[in-house]
Design a protein around this ligand. Structure first.
Ligand code: NI
Length: 136
C-alpha cells in the first residue's frame, strides 16, 4: 500500500523539468486530524497548506497576514464579528489581516489555505489549538 502510494506520487514529478505537481486527493489521504494544517507548497513568501476541519475552532485574528480559505470538499461557515460567510466546494474567501474570524465546520471539510509563512493557525490566540505545521 505504502509502495503504491510512493509510486503514484513519483508520477507527479516531471522527469525532464524536475517540477512537481500536487494532487490534492493524495495529500488529503495522508492525514486525518482536524485543525492541523499541513504544508504542501511554497509560493514566494507564502505557504500553500491543506487542512481538514470539523467542529468549531477559536475566535482569532492575524494582525499582519491575509488568509485565504479555499474549500475543496464540504461546507465551511466563517463567522465574523459582523456577519458570516458560508463557503461551499469551489469557493474561497480572503480574510483580511486584523479581521476576527471563527471557522465552523458542521461536517468534515477539506480546505486549501494560502497564507504568509509567518501565519500561526490561531493568530493572536495561543492555546491548545495552536500547531506548527509539518510538510507532507
Ligand atoms: Ni485564521
Amino acid at each position: 500500500m505504502q509502495v503504491e502510494k510512493e509510486l503514484s506520487e513519483e508520477l507527479n514529478v516531471c522527469s525532464d523539468c524536475g517540477l512537481e505537481k500536487v494532487n490534492l486527493e493524495q495529500k488529503f489521504a495522508k492525514f486525518g486530524e482536524y485543525w492541523s494544517p499541513k504544508i504542501v507548497g511554497d509560493l514566494n513568501d507564502s505557504y500553500v497548506k491543506v487542512a481538514k476541519f470539523k467542529g468549531k475552532f477559536v475566535w482569532h485574528k492575524h494582525d499582519s497576514e491575509d488568509e485565504l480559505f479555499f474549500i475543496i470538499k464540504g461546507n465551511l461557515l466563517i463567522k465574523l464579528r459582523e456577519g458570516e460567510i458560508s463557503l461551499n466546494a469551489g469557493e474561497f474567501v480572503i480574510i483580511p489581516k486584523g479581521v476576527e474570524h471563527l471557522p465552523i465546520a458542521q461536517n468534515e471539510v477539506s480546505v486549501v489555505l494560502i497564507e504568509p509563512k509567518s501565519t500561526v493557525n490561531t493568530g493572536d490566540v495561543t492555546g491548545a489549538r495552536t500547531v506548527h505545521p509539518e510538510r507532507i
